[in-house]
Design a protein around this ligand. Structure first.
Ligand code: NOJ
Length: 514
């Protein structure tokens, strides 16, 4: 981008920040506990690029985006993405300028083990993450590392059908051990899986993510069983998680001093009406979303609602597996973006071919013609700041004060928005301050929250939406790879460095003012 244009944008951003209403009660960093982690998040496939560099193996997303480009909104892929693999020093600098004390990123399994256990460890891959971790630590930024954020080596996709085959458990055990050994001396925060509760549905129920398996009424894939396979895959993920946690706790934790957890996606479900049926539907949707993974980890059993509805489609844990699972986690990560209305489908008929269909729940963002919150670029994500407080209080209560990290929270824009509005992202600033305000309220009510990560540090490859949706605090010009701070990046930095910011008065756009 031309320097003149960048300067013009900077002027617009400064002017818009100046429009923040003075004197309003401020949300402050010290509304959160000492030692609280404030960070930004990314994932390997979404930002790294360098998909063939330095002996990296192909992963399932490399292959999927190349062979089935038509399933991606803009037919693009992560071959280059943000070219973070080559630009990580610049990205660490950006993090440093933001003033965050932690950075959540994931490791590309195929960069470390190009063919899983069927080949060797790629020393160049190890070296890359060593450089990244060291660069972060030099700036006082704690690495918060995800072992699996959707991508797996293609070799394992072929051999095991991805998470569907029990053989992949051993693979994850080996991979996680390689990572603990290589990086654990410096990594204090590990998460085994990112959103396994979402990915298993997108892979095996809706058939949208590789290996694209599903059955009617959820979709028409070449093969699959939407009523059974998501639960088989989830079972394998849970047991992989449990074995990795057990290994970490037995062989590494004492000498390395880190902690380990898992990250789940968590919508907040509001009953569509105050009928008992809808109230139960909202509860049931949550059980099929969050308790599905956390109950086995904490109580050794899938939730009652799931056992009742899914019966033999839901696998069972053996007594040994229950014991292994109850090895517990040190923390729970939740990716929290939105709330949605839940309507019962047991007593009244409705379409069941959706994300919550297996729970016999229908969801909608609209009640009596009114949306639950302002819409975002994601059609099912609305701005509902109080949902973060409800979600945190629920998890805090059910899982007995285990430390919670908000591992993702963020606002999406359409990429075809004009440049000035992309950068002058007033809506994202309002989103951020709204959600942080309700998070601080949960903290005041006694919830054990350890940190908050914005999704995302930089605009990136948004899975099947390609580059058409932008979540970044930094705009990325994908032709030049220039990173440009949006208004939200400046807001976050000011918040983190202790400048006062408004929360009662929403930021008005400069355009609206002029
Ligand atoms: C969930 C996922 O973890 C991340 O990969 C994705 O880009 C964001 N949330 C936004 O959809």
């Amino acid at each position: 981008m031309a320097v003149a244009a960048a300067t013009r944008i900077a002027v617009v951003v400064v002017a818009a920040l100046a429009a923040l209403a003075p004197g309003a009660r401020g949300l402050r960093r010290d509304d959160f506990p000492v030692g609280f982690l404030f960070g930004a998040a990314t994932s390997a496939y979404q930002i790294e690029g360098a998909y063939l560099d330095d002996n990296k193996g192909l992963n399932n997303w490399d292959v999927f985006t190349h062979t089935q480009a038509g399933r991606i909104s803009d037919r693009r892929n992560g071959d280059v993405a943000d070219d973070h693999y080559h630009r990580y020093t610049e990205d660490v600098e950006i993090l440093h300028n933001l003033g965050v004390n932690s950075y959540r990123f994931s490791i590309s399994w195929a960069r470390i083990l190009p063919r899983g256990r069927f080949g060797g460890v790629n020393s160049a891959g190890i070296a890359f993450y060593n450089r990244l971790i060291d660069a972060l630590l030099q700036k006082g930024i704690q690495p918060f590392v995800t072992l699996n954020h959707f991508d797996i080596p293609q070799e394992l996709e072929i051999r095991y059908g991805g998470w569907l085959g029990a053989g992949i458990r051993e693979e994850f055990g080996y991979y996680s051990d390689v990572c603990f050994k290589a990086f654990g001396d410096r990594v204090r925060f590990w998460t085994t899986f990112n959103e396994p509760n979402l990915i298993t549905k997108f892979q095996f129920m809706l058939g949208a993510y590789p290996p694209n398996r599903c059955s009617p009424p959820f979709g028409c894939c070449n093969s699959g069983d939407s009523r059974r396979e998501p639960y088989t895959a989830a079972h394998n993920i849970l047991l992989s998680h449990a074995a990795a946690v057990h290994n970490y706790k037995t062989n590494y934790q004492a000498k390395q001093g880190g902690s380990i957890g898992i990250v789940v996606a968590m919508k907040w479900y509001e009953p569509l009406t105050n009928s008992t049926e809808d109230v139960r539907a909202a509860r049931r949707a949550l059980a099929f979303e969050v308790d599905w993974f956390l109950d086995p980890i904490f109580f050794g059993e899938y939730p009652r609602e799931m056992r009742e509805i899914l019966s033999s489609n839901l696998p069972k844990f053996t007594p040994e597996e229950k014991k292994l699972l109850q090895n517990k986690v040190d923390f729970i990560g939740i990716n929290q973006y939105t709330a949605i209305y839940a309507k019962d489908c047991i007593y009244s008929p409705c379409a069941l071919n959706t994300y919550e269909g297996n729970a016999l729940v229908y969801t909608t963002g609209v009640r009596n013609g009114a949306k639950i919150g302002k819409p975002t670029a994601f059609s099912t994500y609305f701005v509902v700041p109080e949902s973060i407080e409800s979600a945190v209080m629920y998890v805090n209560g059910r899982y007995k004060d285990t430390t919670i990290y908000i591992t993702e929270n963020g606002y999406s824009q359409h990429s075809d928005t004009n440049m000035e509005d992309l950068i002058n992202d007033v809506e994202r600033v309002n989103y951020l301050q709204g959600y942080l305000k309700y998070l601080s309220s949960a903290v005041r009510k006694g919830a054990n929250v350890g940190g908050y990560f914005m999704w995302s540090l930089i605009d990136n490859f948004e899975w099947v939406f390609g580059y058409t949706i932008k979540f970044g605090l930094y705009h990325v010009d994908f032709d030049t790879q220039e990173r440009i701070p949006k208004m939200s990046a400046k807001w976050y930095r000011d918040f983190l460095t202790g400048s006062n910011v408004t929360d009662d008065t929403q930021v008005r756009s400069r355009r609206a003012d002029s």
